[in-house]
Design a protein around this ligand. Structure first.
Ligand code: PLP
Length: 437
């Protein structure tokens, strides 16, 4: 796909040897560069930009309309139901899941929440610290064990109220069979939250009709991972989630009436969005969704899948490279994690940046329990790392493609990895005294 779709796609960076090369961004799972269309719209819309839900001027009225229209665009994009669901705009996926966990405290008071070993900390910590939790296991390749899901649903005898699962892993890219999981959860009376941060930007997603046993009850995702910076996160949930009680943040915009004695809360979603809404964030997200729809999300899916297959085919032949992947490209998004024998993940990531101008991420990617499983580190050994900060942390190197990455870039990465693998000691010595970051 065309690099000009995004801003910064033709940036140059200087290598260790002084040469200028095209910057290769393989860190899209962390955050994507903006779509050009998004930035154009932000500049155009600045002529109208004004307060939301707070003014009678023409610009305020239009701004409020555009903001609310954003909810419809988002709902449409994920197949939500206007009568049943509400779209809450927050800051990012993390804030969305925190809100949901806060607002479900009463509903899930005597229940168990199942999360998984595969989760990003954002879909783990908010549950771990508010509820009785248990975690669905992954198999030796890191795929989620559906047998363990059923086992735990049976074990807790109808007490599981929610299963919080990622749509796609931010470490391996594995896509979870969310519709099968939804069917299983519903048959045991549990609801399902899908953390869509890594799924929504890459794959077609549908919440499915609410009378389908496969429907998704809650979804959360981040605009900054879908070519729309400016800080918007989306939480979609049934309206009745927010009927009782009130938001963890309260203030301007959250009430219908307030006196010193009484408060009548606004209806959701306004009740859940305290303070001045992030209009530019919503304009950016709406534009990004329109661009993704114009490009056709199925085409994006296919393009990225082929690129991932090409990458895996090259990487699997590189000596010393350890892939954390079951090679099933049909069931993963465009994320690949690896290590090279004889090198620390910090060292390898730094070499890729300095030798090839290739941006990757390394470490545990805010998914420590999952990386621990993938690296087969015992709990005992984990404790050693916890107790001794001077030890080199375990971790992986991750590449993640956006729709604008191309085959040539993947080839250059594989070429460089191959060169490094041929003379690890040379590269190790070269970067021995480099500060890693
Ligand atoms: C699977 C997954 N969930 C949640 C998050 C958190 O997203 P954010 O940082 O936008 O809140 C991320 C971010 O990398 C992620 O990959």
């Amino acid at each position: 796909m065309d690099k000009n779709l995004i801003v910064g796609g033709n940036s140059l960076v200087r290598l260790e040897n002084g040469n200028l090369v095209n910057y290769i961004n393989f860190d899209n799972a962390a955050t994507t560069p903006p779509f050009q269309s998004v930035l154009n719209e932000i500049v155009d819309f600045s002529n109208i930009y004004s307060s939301v839900h707070r003014g009678t001027g023409y610009k305020s009225i239009i701004s409020s309309m555009i903001y609310d229209e954003g909810r419809e665009i988002v709902l449409n994009f994920v197949g939500g139901n206007k009568e049943y669901h509400t779209v809450v705009f927050l800051k990012n996926t993390t804030e969305c899941i925190n809100k949901l966990s806060y607002r479900l405290q009463d509903t899930l008071k005597d229940k168990v929440v199942l999360s998984t070993y595969m989760e990003h900390h954002s879909n783990l910590l908010p549950w771990k610290y508010r509820f009785t939790t248990d975690y669905i296991e992954v198999d030796s390749m890191g795929r989620l064990c559906l047998e363990d899901l059923e086992f735990k649903l049976k074990l807790y005898k109808g007490k599981v109220g929610l299963v919080a699962v990622t749509g796609a892993s931010n470490v391996t890219g594995y896509i979870n069979p969310i519709y099968d999981i939804a069917r299983i959860c519903h048959s045991y009376g549990a609801k399902i939250l899908v953390d869509g941060a890594q799924l929504i930007p890459h794959n077609h997603f549908d919440m499915k009709p609410i009378d389908s046993p496969e429907h998704i009850d809650y979804i959360a995702f981040s605009a900054h991972k879908m070519y729309a910076p400016f800080g918007t996160g989306v939480l979609i949930a049934p309206k009745n989630t927010f009927e009782k009680g009130f938001s963890e943040h309260i203030g301007g915009g959250t009430i219908k009436f307030v006196s010193i004695k009484d408060t009548i809360w606004a209806d959701p979603p306004e009740k859940e969005e305290a303070g001045t809404p992030n209009l530019m964030g919503v304009v950016a997200l709406s534009t990004s969704i329109k661009t993704l729809q114009n490009l056709n999300i199925q085409n994006i899916e296919e393009y990225e899948r082929n690129l991932t297959k090409y990458a895996l085919d090259l990487l699997k032949n590189i000596p010393q490279l350890i892939l954390y992947d079951d090679m099933n490209v049909e069931e993963k998004v465009s994320i690949i994690s690896f290590n090279m024998e004889g090198l620390n993940h910090d060292e390898l990531a730094t070499m890729l940046a300095r030798e090839g101008g290739i941006a990757v991420r390394n470490g545990c990617f805010c998914a420590q329990p999952y990386v621990q499983r993938l690296l087969k580190i015992s709990d005992e050994d984990m404790k050693k790392y916890m107790n001794d900060e001077s030890l080199l942390r375990p971790g992986l190197v991750r590449i993640s493609f956006g729709l604008y990455n191309d085959y040539n870039e993947v080839y250059l990465l594989a070429y460089l990895l191959n060169e490094i693998s041929k003379d690890i000691e040379f590269y190790k010595n070269k970067y021995r005294n480099s500060p890693f970051y």
